[in-house]
Design a protein around this ligand. Structure first.
Ligand SMILES: NC(=O)c1ccc[n+]([C@@H]2O[C@H](COP(=O)([O-])OP(=O)(O)OC[C@H]3O[C@@H](n4cnc5c(N)ncnc54)[C@H](O)[C@@H]3O)[C@@H](O)[C@H]2O)c1
Length: 251
């Protein structure tokens, strides 16, 4: 019988993370949802069935360690980590508030470090692990007003590749996925702000900042990102490590 893996997914109460949780859950895995929004995490876990929601702030080591210890106590190990939690803040660099810079970089980049750090000992011990970091098309291509986000997204890829090198001999792979514009709250919330900065309509902001010259010319669905995450954790991907894979719709 196939072993049921334990999959920690950050920010999986909604959006791309929830869709990734659905994909792994459909594969028979057990999902631990680490999300700041406890109520939404518990409700998402209830919908999935083979899942549990944990209140976690990925930017705080104590919070991450406590949740990971709980998963270890309840499940015995952690097999897959998906570093997905993230947020956006829009501002020209010369006006970017320091506390917003810290928030964006801490959640995206430090959060990826902390969750990976606390999953690695169990993975190294069992000589199996899959680490998947949800970076962004903005991990290799900048955009105006998103300096903290772009810096953190580039950084996630470098970090994930170091983890891939350090742990290759321990049966652990680490890869990044670079999604293009995907239909979630993260996009919906930034459109009016971008439009205001440019003095344009929301539709013009969607085309200029979000879709740009994207070849498909449409927002991607979260399930289109989730399919690649599931593949990277499958037996078909055992030799793929230290890669940054675009799921962008063409750019
Ligand atoms: N939507 C897109 O177009 C797009 C494109 C490229 C990359 N991404 C990336 O995909 C990931 C998911 O984005 P989404 O669009 O689903 O966003 P979303 O806003 O729909 O969901 C983000 C989730 O992260 C959680 N979260 C935020 N801060 C947290 C913290 N400190 N600790 C734990 N959880 C926290 C939120 O509660 C929420 O459940 C992000 O890393 C984002 O940068 C999104």
């Amino acid at each position: 019988m196939k072993k049921q893996r334990t999959v920690v997914i950050t920010g999986a109460a909604q959006g791309i993370g929830y869709s990734i949780a659905e994909a792994f859950s459909g594969n028979g895995d057990f999902i631990a949802i680490f999300d700041l929004n406890e109520e939404a995490a518990i409700s998402a876990a209830g919908k999935l069935g083979n899942a549990k929601g944990y209140k976690v702030n990925v930017a705080h080591e104590e919070s991450v360690k406590a949740a990971m210890d709980q998963v270890m106590a309840e499940r015995g190990t952690v097999d897959v980590v998906v570093n997905n939690a993230g947020l956006q803040f829009i501002s020209p660099t010369h006006e970017f508030p320091e506390e917003k810079w810290d928030l964006v970089v801490d959640v995206i980049l430090k959060g990826t470090f902390l969750v990976t750090k606390h999953a690695l000992p169990a993975m190294r011990e069992q000589k199996y692990g899959r680490i998947i970091t949800i970076s962004s098309g903005h991990g290799r291509r900048p955009d105006q007003y998103k300096s903290a986000y772009v810096a953190a997204k580039y950084g996630q890829i470098g970090f994930t590749n170091v983890v891939a090198m350090e742990n290759a001999k321990f049966g652990i792979t680490a890869n990044s996925i670079l999604p293009g514009p995907t239909r979630t709250a993260l996009i919906e919330k930034q459109l009016p702000v971008l439009a205001e900065k440019d003095g344009s309509t929301v539709e013009e902001a969607l085309n200029k900042h979000i879709l740009g010259g994207q070849w498909l010319g449409r927002l991607l669905e979260p399930s289109e990102i989730a399919a690649t995450a599931l593949f990277l954790a499958s037996d078909g991907a055992t030799a793929i490590t230290g890669e940054a894979i675009g799921v962008t719709g063409g750019e």
